[in-house]
Ligand binder design. Structure first.
Ligand code: MSP
Length: 474
Protein backbone atom coordinates (compact mmCIF):
# COMPACT_ATOMS: atom_id res chain seq x y z
CA UNK A 1 0.00 0.00 0.00
CA UNK A 2 1.24 3.41 -0.91
CA UNK A 3 1.74 5.84 1.98
CA UNK A 4 2.97 9.38 2.41
CA UNK A 5 4.65 11.20 5.27
CA UNK A 6 4.51 14.99 4.96
CA UNK A 7 6.46 17.34 7.19
CA UNK A 8 6.73 21.10 7.64
CA UNK A 9 9.87 22.61 9.14
CA UNK A 10 9.59 22.94 12.89
CA UNK A 11 9.22 26.62 13.71
CA UNK A 12 11.40 28.73 15.99
CA UNK A 13 9.52 29.94 19.03
CA UNK A 14 11.26 33.26 19.56
CA UNK A 15 8.26 34.94 17.99
CA UNK A 16 4.66 34.23 16.99
CA UNK A 17 3.65 32.89 13.55
CA UNK A 18 3.35 35.20 10.56
CA UNK A 19 1.85 34.58 7.14
CA UNK A 20 5.21 33.38 5.75
CA UNK A 21 5.06 30.42 8.15
CA UNK A 22 1.32 30.05 7.50
CA UNK A 23 2.02 29.83 3.77
CA UNK A 24 4.37 26.94 4.39
CA UNK A 25 2.02 24.95 6.63
CA UNK A 26 -1.14 25.70 4.62
CA UNK A 27 0.53 24.34 1.51
CA UNK A 28 1.57 21.19 3.36
CA UNK A 29 -1.90 20.80 4.86
CA UNK A 30 -3.46 21.14 1.41
CA UNK A 31 -1.19 18.40 0.06
CA UNK A 32 -2.02 16.23 3.09
CA UNK A 33 -5.75 16.63 2.37
CA UNK A 34 -5.19 15.63 -1.24
CA UNK A 35 -3.31 12.48 -0.21
CA UNK A 36 -5.81 11.56 2.52
CA UNK A 37 -8.58 11.64 -0.04
CA UNK A 38 -6.54 9.49 -2.37
CA UNK A 39 -4.96 6.99 0.03
CA UNK A 40 -7.18 7.13 3.12
CA UNK A 41 -6.38 8.86 6.37
CA UNK A 42 -4.46 5.93 7.85
CA UNK A 43 -1.92 6.04 5.01
CA UNK A 44 -0.99 9.68 5.47
CA UNK A 45 1.03 11.10 8.32
CA UNK A 46 1.42 14.87 8.65
CA UNK A 47 3.89 16.28 11.17
CA UNK A 48 4.64 19.79 12.36
CA UNK A 49 6.09 21.22 15.56
CA UNK A 50 8.46 23.65 17.25
CA UNK A 51 12.24 24.04 17.23
CA UNK A 52 13.09 24.96 20.80
CA UNK A 53 16.74 24.24 21.65
CA UNK A 54 17.99 27.50 20.25
CA UNK A 55 19.85 30.52 21.56
CA UNK A 56 16.89 32.48 20.18
CA UNK A 57 14.72 30.84 22.85
CA UNK A 58 17.09 31.92 25.62
CA UNK A 59 17.19 35.51 24.37
CA UNK A 60 13.43 35.74 23.82
CA UNK A 61 12.61 34.30 27.25
CA UNK A 62 15.03 36.75 28.87
CA UNK A 63 13.49 39.66 27.00
CA UNK A 64 10.11 38.66 28.45
CA UNK A 65 11.60 38.04 31.87
CA UNK A 66 10.25 34.52 31.81
CA UNK A 67 11.74 31.21 32.91
CA UNK A 68 12.80 29.23 29.80
CA UNK A 69 10.53 26.19 30.18
CA UNK A 70 7.55 28.34 31.04
CA UNK A 71 8.27 30.48 27.99
CA UNK A 72 8.52 27.37 25.82
CA UNK A 73 5.20 26.03 27.12
CA UNK A 74 3.46 29.28 26.27
CA UNK A 75 5.03 29.71 22.87
CA UNK A 76 4.68 26.16 21.59
CA UNK A 77 1.04 26.31 22.66
CA UNK A 78 0.69 29.59 20.78
CA UNK A 79 2.01 28.02 17.55
CA UNK A 80 -0.07 24.88 17.96
CA UNK A 81 -3.33 26.71 18.61
CA UNK A 82 -2.70 29.18 15.81
CA UNK A 83 -2.37 26.27 13.40
CA UNK A 84 -5.52 24.66 14.80
CA UNK A 85 -7.39 27.93 14.47
CA UNK A 86 -6.50 28.37 10.82
CA UNK A 87 -7.65 24.83 10.05
CA UNK A 88 -4.41 22.84 9.90
CA UNK A 89 -5.21 19.16 10.39
CA UNK A 90 -1.83 17.76 11.47
CA UNK A 91 -1.45 14.25 12.89
CA UNK A 92 1.24 15.10 15.41
CA UNK A 93 2.97 18.15 16.85
CA UNK A 94 6.51 17.55 18.00
CA UNK A 95 8.59 19.72 20.34
CA UNK A 96 12.35 19.29 20.42
CA UNK A 97 12.37 19.50 24.22
CA UNK A 98 10.26 16.32 24.47
CA UNK A 99 11.88 13.15 25.79
CA UNK A 100 10.98 11.12 22.67
CA UNK A 101 13.04 13.55 20.63
CA UNK A 102 15.99 13.92 23.00
CA UNK A 103 16.22 10.14 23.16
CA UNK A 104 16.30 9.83 19.35
CA UNK A 105 18.94 12.55 19.05
CA UNK A 106 21.14 10.68 21.54
CA UNK A 107 20.74 7.41 19.69
CA UNK A 108 21.51 8.90 16.28
CA UNK A 109 24.47 10.86 17.61
CA UNK A 110 25.92 7.75 19.23
CA UNK A 111 25.58 5.71 16.03
CA UNK A 112 27.22 8.41 13.92
CA UNK A 113 30.01 8.63 16.48
CA UNK A 114 30.44 4.86 16.55
CA UNK A 115 30.74 4.92 12.78
CA UNK A 116 33.71 7.27 13.07
CA UNK A 117 32.08 10.39 11.66
CA UNK A 118 32.51 12.65 14.71
CA UNK A 119 35.81 14.22 15.76
CA UNK A 120 36.94 17.02 18.05
CA UNK A 121 38.48 20.15 16.58
CA UNK A 122 38.64 23.87 16.94
CA UNK A 123 36.11 26.15 15.33
CA UNK A 124 37.16 29.65 14.59
CA UNK A 125 34.81 31.76 12.62
CA UNK A 126 31.57 33.64 12.39
CA UNK A 127 28.19 32.63 13.75
CA UNK A 128 24.80 34.29 13.22
CA UNK A 129 22.32 33.56 16.00
CA UNK A 130 19.46 34.82 13.82
CA UNK A 131 20.16 32.02 11.32
CA UNK A 132 21.61 29.67 13.94
CA UNK A 133 24.29 29.08 11.32
CA UNK A 134 28.02 29.37 10.78
CA UNK A 135 28.95 32.01 8.23
CA UNK A 136 31.78 32.77 5.86
CA UNK A 137 32.97 36.30 4.96
CA UNK A 138 31.52 35.71 1.50
CA UNK A 139 28.03 35.14 3.00
CA UNK A 140 27.91 38.68 4.41
CA UNK A 141 26.78 41.96 2.86
CA UNK A 142 28.99 45.00 2.21
CA UNK A 143 28.70 46.18 5.81
CA UNK A 144 29.77 42.78 7.08
CA UNK A 145 26.24 41.93 8.27
CA UNK A 146 24.19 38.79 7.79
CA UNK A 147 22.00 39.75 4.80
CA UNK A 148 18.91 38.13 6.36
CA UNK A 149 19.25 39.53 9.87
CA UNK A 150 21.11 42.80 9.18
CA UNK A 151 23.36 42.07 12.14
CA UNK A 152 27.07 41.38 12.33
CA UNK A 153 27.70 37.72 13.23
CA UNK A 154 29.74 36.98 16.34
CA UNK A 155 33.30 35.75 16.13
CA UNK A 156 33.52 32.32 17.74
CA UNK A 157 36.64 30.55 18.79
CA UNK A 158 35.94 27.36 20.68
CA UNK A 159 36.48 23.65 20.80
CA UNK A 160 33.79 21.92 18.78
CA UNK A 161 32.88 18.47 17.67
CA UNK A 162 32.68 18.06 13.92
CA UNK A 163 30.68 15.82 11.62
CA UNK A 164 32.53 14.38 8.59
CA UNK A 165 30.23 15.86 5.96
CA UNK A 166 33.05 15.91 3.39
CA UNK A 167 32.95 12.10 3.28
CA UNK A 168 29.45 12.15 1.78
CA UNK A 169 29.94 14.19 -1.40
CA UNK A 170 29.52 11.27 -3.75
CA UNK A 171 26.51 9.56 -2.15
CA UNK A 172 24.81 12.95 -1.84
CA UNK A 173 25.27 13.65 -5.55
CA UNK A 174 23.69 10.28 -6.27
CA UNK A 175 20.67 11.22 -4.17
CA UNK A 176 20.30 14.43 -6.16
CA UNK A 177 20.37 12.42 -9.37
CA UNK A 178 17.39 10.55 -7.96
CA UNK A 179 15.42 13.77 -7.51
CA UNK A 180 16.08 14.31 -3.83
CA UNK A 181 15.22 17.99 -4.23
CA UNK A 182 12.65 19.82 -6.33
CA UNK A 183 12.05 22.21 -8.03
CA UNK A 184 14.85 21.79 -10.55
CA UNK A 185 16.46 25.20 -9.99
CA UNK A 186 16.88 24.52 -6.28
CA UNK A 187 18.42 21.16 -7.07
CA UNK A 188 20.95 22.76 -9.42
CA UNK A 189 21.98 25.23 -6.73
CA UNK A 190 22.66 22.44 -4.25
CA UNK A 191 24.47 20.25 -6.77
CA UNK A 192 26.88 23.04 -7.69
CA UNK A 193 27.38 23.77 -4.00
CA UNK A 194 28.41 20.16 -3.39
CA UNK A 195 30.62 20.11 -6.46
CA UNK A 196 32.42 23.15 -5.02
CA UNK A 197 33.59 20.83 -2.22
CA UNK A 198 32.00 20.07 1.14
CA UNK A 199 33.68 20.93 4.42
CA UNK A 200 33.04 19.13 7.67
CA UNK A 201 30.54 20.91 9.89
CA UNK A 202 30.63 21.81 13.54
CA UNK A 203 27.84 20.09 15.43
CA UNK A 204 28.38 21.18 19.01
CA UNK A 205 28.58 24.47 20.84
CA UNK A 206 30.64 24.82 23.97
CA UNK A 207 29.24 28.21 24.82
CA UNK A 208 25.56 27.42 24.21
CA UNK A 209 23.39 28.04 27.28
CA UNK A 210 20.50 25.82 26.30
CA UNK A 211 20.08 22.65 24.30
CA UNK A 212 20.59 18.89 24.27
CA UNK A 213 23.82 17.80 25.94
CA UNK A 214 26.39 16.09 23.77
CA UNK A 215 26.34 12.47 24.97
CA UNK A 216 30.14 12.18 24.88
CA UNK A 217 31.04 15.55 26.41
CA UNK A 218 28.60 17.19 28.79
CA UNK A 219 30.34 20.56 28.51
CA UNK A 220 28.91 20.82 25.01
CA UNK A 221 25.42 21.26 23.65
CA UNK A 222 24.39 19.75 20.33
CA UNK A 223 24.18 22.32 17.55
CA UNK A 224 20.51 23.26 17.12
CA UNK A 225 20.23 22.20 13.46
CA UNK A 226 21.79 18.79 14.12
CA UNK A 227 19.14 18.30 16.80
CA UNK A 228 16.22 19.90 14.93
CA UNK A 229 16.47 17.87 11.72
CA UNK A 230 16.16 14.67 13.71
CA UNK A 231 12.59 15.64 14.76
CA UNK A 232 11.27 14.12 11.55
CA UNK A 233 12.64 10.75 12.54
CA UNK A 234 11.77 11.03 16.26
CA UNK A 235 8.07 11.34 15.45
CA UNK A 236 7.84 8.03 13.60
CA UNK A 237 9.76 5.92 16.12
CA UNK A 238 6.52 4.95 17.90
CA UNK A 239 3.06 3.44 17.64
CA UNK A 240 3.71 1.39 14.52
CA UNK A 241 4.52 4.52 12.54
CA UNK A 242 8.02 3.31 11.59
CA UNK A 243 6.99 2.40 8.08
CA UNK A 244 6.14 6.01 7.23
CA UNK A 245 9.84 6.84 7.22
CA UNK A 246 10.25 5.28 3.78
CA UNK A 247 7.69 7.70 2.34
CA UNK A 248 8.87 10.98 3.80
CA UNK A 249 8.38 14.23 1.85
CA UNK A 250 9.84 17.32 3.52
CA UNK A 251 8.15 20.58 2.53
CA UNK A 252 10.49 23.47 3.36
CA UNK A 253 11.33 27.06 2.42
CA UNK A 254 14.23 27.47 0.02
CA UNK A 255 16.33 29.20 2.71
CA UNK A 256 16.83 25.92 4.55
CA UNK A 257 17.61 23.67 1.58
CA UNK A 258 21.26 23.07 2.53
CA UNK A 259 20.31 21.77 5.93
CA UNK A 260 17.66 19.45 4.52
CA UNK A 261 19.36 18.12 1.42
CA UNK A 262 23.04 18.11 2.37
CA UNK A 263 23.54 17.85 6.13
CA UNK A 264 20.40 15.83 6.93
CA UNK A 265 20.79 13.06 4.32
CA UNK A 266 24.51 12.78 5.20
CA UNK A 267 23.64 12.39 8.89
CA UNK A 268 21.17 9.65 8.02
CA UNK A 269 23.56 7.85 5.69
CA UNK A 270 26.15 7.89 8.46
CA UNK A 271 23.62 6.56 10.96
CA UNK A 272 22.57 3.79 8.55
CA UNK A 273 19.06 5.16 8.10
CA UNK A 274 17.36 5.57 4.71
CA UNK A 275 17.72 9.22 3.56
CA UNK A 276 14.55 11.24 2.79
CA UNK A 277 12.66 10.26 -0.31
CA UNK A 278 12.00 13.80 -1.42
CA UNK A 279 12.35 17.42 -0.38
CA UNK A 280 10.40 20.26 -1.94
CA UNK A 281 11.63 23.82 -1.39
CA UNK A 282 9.09 26.56 -1.92
CA UNK A 283 9.83 30.22 -2.51
CA UNK A 284 9.51 33.38 -0.45
CA UNK A 285 6.99 36.11 -0.91
CA UNK A 286 6.89 39.83 -0.31
CA UNK A 287 3.79 41.68 0.89
CA UNK A 288 2.72 44.42 -1.51
CA UNK A 289 6.19 44.38 -2.97
CA UNK A 290 8.05 44.73 0.34
CA UNK A 291 9.86 42.12 2.39
CA UNK A 292 8.02 41.45 5.66
CA UNK A 293 10.12 42.62 8.58
CA UNK A 294 9.71 43.60 12.19
CA UNK A 295 11.58 46.86 11.66
CA UNK A 296 9.23 47.87 8.85
CA UNK A 297 6.27 46.83 11.01
CA UNK A 298 4.56 45.01 8.13
CA UNK A 299 4.54 41.53 9.65
CA UNK A 300 1.05 40.06 9.33
CA UNK A 301 -0.43 37.43 11.59
CA UNK A 302 -2.47 34.74 9.83
CA UNK A 303 -5.13 35.19 12.52
CA UNK A 304 -5.67 38.79 11.47
CA UNK A 305 -6.71 37.63 8.00
CA UNK A 306 -8.63 34.55 9.07
CA UNK A 307 -10.63 36.45 11.72
CA UNK A 308 -11.79 38.89 9.09
CA UNK A 309 -12.10 36.73 5.96
CA UNK A 310 -12.22 33.16 7.26
CA UNK A 311 -9.79 30.26 6.95
CA UNK A 312 -10.61 29.34 3.37
CA UNK A 313 -9.87 32.86 2.14
CA UNK A 314 -6.56 32.88 4.01
CA UNK A 315 -5.60 29.53 2.48
CA UNK A 316 -6.66 30.23 -1.08
CA UNK A 317 -5.44 33.84 -0.94
CA UNK A 318 -1.93 32.82 0.07
CA UNK A 319 -1.67 29.74 -2.11
CA UNK A 320 -3.04 31.25 -5.31
CA UNK A 321 -0.85 34.35 -5.42
CA UNK A 322 1.96 32.51 -7.28
CA UNK A 323 2.82 28.91 -8.10
CA UNK A 324 4.18 26.74 -5.30
CA UNK A 325 7.95 26.53 -5.76
CA UNK A 326 8.34 30.07 -7.14
CA UNK A 327 8.94 33.34 -5.34
CA UNK A 328 6.12 35.83 -5.47
CA UNK A 329 4.13 38.63 -3.95
CA UNK A 330 1.03 38.70 -1.77
CA UNK A 331 -1.01 41.79 -2.48
CA UNK A 332 -3.84 43.00 -0.25
CA UNK A 333 -5.70 44.46 -3.19
CA UNK A 334 -5.63 41.15 -5.01
CA UNK A 335 -6.61 39.35 -1.84
CA UNK A 336 -9.69 41.52 -1.28
CA UNK A 337 -10.55 41.25 -4.94
CA UNK A 338 -10.29 37.45 -4.77
CA UNK A 339 -12.53 37.42 -1.73
CA UNK A 340 -15.13 39.67 -3.30
CA UNK A 341 -15.23 38.26 -6.81
CA UNK A 342 -14.12 34.64 -6.63
CA UNK A 343 -15.19 33.52 -3.16
CA UNK A 344 -18.22 35.60 -2.17
CA UNK A 345 -19.34 36.59 -5.69
CA UNK A 346 -18.14 33.36 -7.33
CA UNK A 347 -18.42 30.07 -5.52
CA UNK A 348 -20.55 31.38 -2.62
CA UNK A 349 -23.08 33.06 -4.83
CA UNK A 350 -23.24 30.11 -7.20
CA UNK A 351 -24.12 27.58 -4.50
CA UNK A 352 -26.67 29.87 -3.00
CA UNK A 353 -28.40 30.65 -6.29
CA UNK A 354 -28.60 27.09 -7.56
CA UNK A 355 -29.98 25.76 -4.29
CA UNK A 356 -32.50 28.59 -3.99
CA UNK A 357 -33.70 27.94 -7.57
CA UNK A 358 -34.09 24.21 -6.94
CA UNK A 359 -36.20 24.99 -3.88
CA UNK A 360 -38.27 27.48 -5.80
CA UNK A 361 -38.96 25.47 -8.93
CA UNK A 362 -38.53 21.86 -7.87
CA UNK A 363 -39.53 22.05 -4.25
CA UNK A 364 -35.96 21.10 -3.38
CA UNK A 365 -36.23 17.83 -5.28
CA UNK A 366 -33.14 16.45 -7.05
CA UNK A 367 -34.38 14.70 -10.21
CA UNK A 368 -30.94 13.96 -11.59
CA UNK A 369 -27.35 14.81 -10.74
CA UNK A 370 -25.32 14.67 -13.90
CA UNK A 371 -21.69 14.24 -12.86
CA UNK A 372 -20.53 12.49 -16.04
CA UNK A 373 -18.89 15.53 -17.64
CA UNK A 374 -16.33 16.00 -14.86
CA UNK A 375 -14.20 12.87 -14.79
CA UNK A 376 -11.50 14.32 -17.05
CA UNK A 377 -11.46 17.62 -15.25
CA UNK A 378 -11.09 15.83 -11.91
CA UNK A 379 -8.09 13.91 -13.28
CA UNK A 380 -6.47 17.19 -14.28
CA UNK A 381 -7.16 18.68 -10.84
CA UNK A 382 -5.63 15.64 -9.12
CA UNK A 383 -2.61 15.71 -11.42
CA UNK A 384 -1.90 19.31 -10.40
CA UNK A 385 -1.95 18.43 -6.72
CA UNK A 386 0.14 15.32 -7.20
CA UNK A 387 2.78 17.58 -8.80
CA UNK A 388 2.39 20.12 -5.98
CA UNK A 389 1.10 22.72 -8.44
CA UNK A 390 -1.25 24.16 -5.86
CA UNK A 391 -1.96 27.44 -7.62
CA UNK A 392 -2.87 25.58 -10.82
CA UNK A 393 -5.28 23.41 -8.83
CA UNK A 394 -6.92 26.52 -7.33
CA UNK A 395 -7.15 28.17 -10.76
CA UNK A 396 -8.77 25.01 -12.08
CA UNK A 397 -11.29 25.13 -9.25
CA UNK A 398 -12.31 28.72 -9.99
CA UNK A 399 -12.44 28.06 -13.72
CA UNK A 400 -14.96 25.29 -12.99
CA UNK A 401 -17.01 27.69 -10.87
CA UNK A 402 -17.02 30.12 -13.81
CA UNK A 403 -18.17 27.39 -16.23
CA UNK A 404 -21.02 26.48 -13.95
CA UNK A 405 -22.06 30.11 -13.58
CA UNK A 406 -21.93 30.45 -17.32
CA UNK A 407 -24.18 27.45 -17.82
CA UNK A 408 -26.72 28.91 -15.45
CA UNK A 409 -26.64 32.36 -17.03
CA UNK A 410 -26.62 31.26 -20.64
CA UNK A 411 -29.54 28.90 -20.21
CA UNK A 412 -31.39 31.38 -17.98
CA UNK A 413 -32.64 28.36 -16.11
CA UNK A 414 -34.88 30.51 -13.90
CA UNK A 415 -36.90 31.46 -17.00
CA UNK A 416 -36.66 28.04 -18.59
CA UNK A 417 -38.16 26.50 -15.48
CA UNK A 418 -41.37 28.39 -16.25
CA UNK A 419 -41.48 27.87 -20.03
CA UNK A 420 -39.93 24.43 -20.52
CA UNK A 421 -39.78 22.40 -17.27
CA UNK A 422 -38.34 19.30 -19.03
CA UNK A 423 -35.38 21.27 -20.42
CA UNK A 424 -34.90 22.98 -17.04
CA UNK A 425 -34.82 19.61 -15.33
CA UNK A 426 -31.80 18.63 -17.41
CA UNK A 427 -30.00 21.90 -16.69
CA UNK A 428 -30.65 21.54 -12.96
CA UNK A 429 -29.14 18.07 -13.19
CA UNK A 430 -26.04 19.50 -14.85
CA UNK A 431 -25.78 22.31 -12.33
CA UNK A 432 -25.99 19.82 -9.47
CA UNK A 433 -23.29 17.76 -11.15
CA UNK A 434 -21.07 20.83 -11.20
CA UNK A 435 -21.77 21.60 -7.56
CA UNK A 436 -20.89 18.03 -6.57
CA UNK A 437 -17.62 18.35 -8.45
CA UNK A 438 -16.87 21.79 -6.97
CA UNK A 439 -17.57 20.48 -3.45
CA UNK A 440 -15.31 17.54 -4.18
CA UNK A 441 -12.41 19.89 -4.94
CA UNK A 442 -13.38 22.13 -2.01
CA UNK A 443 -12.84 19.23 0.38
CA UNK A 444 -9.14 19.87 -0.29
CA UNK A 445 -9.01 23.58 -1.09
CA UNK A 446 -11.80 25.11 1.03
CA UNK A 447 -12.10 22.72 3.97
CA UNK A 448 -14.04 25.22 6.10
CA UNK A 449 -16.76 25.66 3.48
CA UNK A 450 -16.86 22.02 2.45
CA UNK A 451 -19.28 20.77 5.16
CA UNK A 452 -21.63 23.66 4.40
CA UNK A 453 -21.52 22.80 0.70
CA UNK A 454 -22.26 19.16 1.48
CA UNK A 455 -25.20 20.21 3.65
CA UNK A 456 -26.55 22.37 0.81
CA UNK A 457 -26.27 19.45 -1.58
CA UNK A 458 -28.49 17.47 0.78
CA UNK A 459 -29.22 13.77 0.35
CA UNK A 460 -30.13 11.58 -2.64
CA UNK A 461 -33.60 13.04 -2.91
CA UNK A 462 -33.51 16.66 -1.86
CA UNK A 463 -31.13 19.58 -1.56
CA UNK A 464 -30.56 21.17 1.84
CA UNK A 465 -31.04 24.75 3.00
CA UNK A 466 -29.25 27.51 1.07
CA UNK A 467 -26.68 29.34 3.22
CA UNK A 468 -24.17 32.13 2.69
CA UNK A 469 -20.65 30.71 2.38
CA UNK A 470 -18.74 33.99 2.34
CA UNK A 471 -20.23 36.94 4.20
CA UNK A 472 -19.71 40.46 2.90
CA UNK A 473 -16.66 42.03 4.49
CA UNK A 474 -16.45 45.78 4.86
N1 MSP B 1 13.60 26.16 12.84
C1 MSP B 1 13.99 26.22 11.48
C2 MSP B 1 13.56 24.98 10.72
C3 MSP B 1 14.04 23.68 11.30
S1 MSP B 1 13.44 22.32 10.42
C4 MSP B 1 14.25 21.03 11.04
C5 MSP B 1 13.41 27.45 10.80
N2 MSP B 1 12.31 27.97 11.38
S2 MSP B 1 11.56 29.30 10.91
O1 MSP B 1 10.49 29.43 11.83
O2 MSP B 1 12.49 30.37 10.83
O3 MSP B 1 11.02 29.05 9.46
C6 MSP B 1 10.12 28.04 9.17
C7 MSP B 1 9.72 28.05 7.72
O4 MSP B 1 9.01 29.24 7.36
C8 MSP B 1 10.90 27.97 6.77
O5 MSP B 1 10.63 26.98 5.81
C9 MSP B 1 10.93 29.31 6.10
O6 MSP B 1 11.45 29.17 4.82
C10 MSP B 1 9.46 29.68 6.10
N3 MSP B 1 9.25 31.12 5.92
C11 MSP B 1 9.56 32.12 6.77
N4 MSP B 1 9.26 33.31 6.19
C12 MSP B 1 8.77 33.11 4.94
C13 MSP B 1 8.27 33.93 3.90
N5 MSP B 1 8.25 35.27 3.97
N6 MSP B 1 7.83 33.32 2.75
C14 MSP B 1 7.80 31.96 2.63
N7 MSP B 1 8.26 31.16 3.60
C15 MSP B 1 8.77 31.71 4.75
O7 MSP B 1 13.90 27.87 9.77
Amino acid sequence: MEKIYLTTPIYYVNDIPHIGHAYNILATDTLARYWRKKLGRENVFFLTGTDENSQKTVDAAAAKDQEIYEYLEDMSKNWKTTWEQIGIDFDDFIRTTEARHVDTVNKIFNTINKNGDIYKGKYEGLYCTGCEAFKKETDLDEEGNCPDHKKAPEMLSEDNYFFRLSKYEKPLLELFENNLLLPEKRRNEMVSFIKGGLEDVSISRESAEFGIELPIDKKHKIYVWFDALINYYSAVRQDGREDFWNYVNHIIGKDISKFHTIIWPAMLLSAGIVPPKSVFAHGFFTVDGTKMSKTLGNVISPLELSDKFGNDALRVGLLSSFEFGNDGDFSFRNFEELYRTKLAGGVGNLFNRVIVLIHKFKDGKKDITDYSAHEKSLKQFNAFLKDKKIKSAIDHFFATVDQCNQLMNETEVWKLAKTDPEAAKEIFGKLLGYLEFIANMAEILLPESYPKMKAMLGDEEKVGEAVILFERVE
